[in-house]
Design a protein around this ligand. Structure first.
Ligand code: NAD
Ligand code: UD1
Length: 354
């Protein structure tokens, strides 16, 4: 059986960390990315951390012809599909761009996978598909609903994968629903590199701490939570990367020899799995943890709630533990320490010359 994995979006934040984790346990990886939200520098640094050049193909998941060439020249066990656009605000302003990239792109990828009979997929979904949850912690059977085009694009892909699994039982389609990925590689060489002013909390806090931004606006202090600020399930990107390794191992375990000794795979259809820690942390708790670790004050002010935000969101991580044997190990302290190291060593992210 081949151990080669196609990693779409592998130059990005979660993809680059996952490439390292995959390499560490012996997977052979090919990264396919159009670099629309990443850089060659990320590939170079990931290659250095791995200790050998990564096979990198610059390409778009909507480019069927190029994908065909890639599948024709490699024998893949499966695809880890990170490629996608992810900024909620931008998706509201440019919905067609988001549906085209995230939904049409995924359909093209699936069509080419089918052509080459590669039927194992791990898809990057998000806790955003749960909308405003009715119950906490959120398990995989919770109702799904989204209010913005980014979330809708993830939900649309989930529906497509469900329909595909029904139509053809030879597919194994693991959908990983990430909670709030934060953190960076402990080397400080790779991490999250947002364009412009960050939308998400952790990169915003770290840019305030390093002095790039004046103060944090905390969106609302009147939520029904421990201190009135929003509560989220922050998960270290290193744990998240290991979650992908565990999902791949799970897929491999479904491959058993048949009576004639030939490897045969038992397909698992559509399988959604939460990747979270199961613990909620409030905005103020995260600010305080980051100040402690960095030794910097993080000035903040309370402002109005952000449209579309919910009070609390944290995972039930039981399915991942039961099926994949995976659970998050790293703490909020680890997350803050690694983000702070990445931020200090790379105040301008991968853009060295600013
Ligand atoms: P990222 O932007 O750092 O990485 C995504 C990568 O995909 C980038 O390198 C980008 O250049 C590439 N890409 C985008 N469109 C492409 C296309 N059409 N063809 C080829 N490559 C393309 O984002 P990330 O944080 O690493 O997220 C990875 C995946 O996880 C995304 O699908 C995202 O929606 C999902 N996700 C992220 C988070 C998060 O908070 N980071 C949370 C939940 C889900
Ligand atoms: C956001 C997205 C979600 C996406 C996720 C990960 C929205 C509405 N949701 O989720 O779709 O999957 O990022 O990329 O954008 N906060 C502040 N000040 C800030 C930034 C954030 O107070 O400057 C607060 C928010 O109100 C929230 C918490 O911090 O309570 C976390 O925010 P964020 O990091 O943006 O993640 P989510 O809102 O969970």
């Amino acid at each position: 059986m081949t151990n080669k994995i196609l990693v779409t979006g592998g130059a990005g934040y979660i993809g680059s960390h996952t490439c390292i984790a995959l390499h560490e346990i012996g997977y052979d990886i090919v990264v396919y990315d159009n670099l629309s939200n990443s850089s060659r520098e990320a590939i170079n640094r990931t290659s250095t951390l791995i200790g050998q050049p990564i096979e990198f193909i610059k390409g778009d998941i909507r480019d069927a012809e190029l994908l065909r060439q890639v599948f024709a020249s490699h024998q893949f066990f499966g695809v880890i599909h990170f490629a996608g656009l992810k900024a909620v605000g931008e998706s509201v302003a440019k919905p067609l761009m988001y549906y085209n990239n995230n939904v049409s792109g995924t359909i093209t990828l699936l069509e080419i996978m089918a052509e080459y009979d590669v039927k194992n997929l791990i898809f990057s979904s998000s806790a955003t598909v749960y909308g405003d949850p009715e119950n906490l912690p959120i398990d995989e059977t919770s109702k799904r609903s989204c209010t913005n085009p980014y979330g809708q694009s993830k939900l649309a892909v989930e529906h497509i994968l469900e329909d595909l699994a029904v139509s053809d039982t030879s597919w194994s389609l693991i959908t990983l629903r990430y909670f709030n990925p934060v953190g960076a590689h402990p080397s400080g060489q790779i991490g999250e590199d947002p364009n412009d002013i960050p939308n998400n909390l952790m990169p915003y806090i770290s840019q305030v701490a390093v002095g790039k931004l004046d103060k944090l606006n905390i969106f609302g202090n009147d939520y029904p939570t421990i201190d009135g600020t929003g509560v989220r399930d922050f998960i270290h990107v290193i744990d998240l990367a290991q979650g992908h390794v565990a999902a791949l191992n799970y897929l491999e375990k479904q491959t058993v020899p048949n009576e004639s000794g030939v490897a045969k795979q038992n397909s698992i259809g559509f399988l959604p799995i939460n990747l979270g820690t199961g613990k909620g942390t409030s905005v103020l708790e995260l600010v305080s943890a980051f100040s402690d670790i960095s030794g910097q004050t993080v000035p903040y002010q309370f402002t109005n709630r952000r449209d579309g935000d919910i009070a609390s969101c944290y995972a039930s991580a039981d399915t991942a533990l039961t099926l994949l044997g995976w659970e998050a190990r790293l703490s909020i302290t680890d997350m803050c320490r690694d983000v702070w190291r990445w931020q200090r060593l790379n105040p301008n992210g991968y853009k060295k010359d600013l």
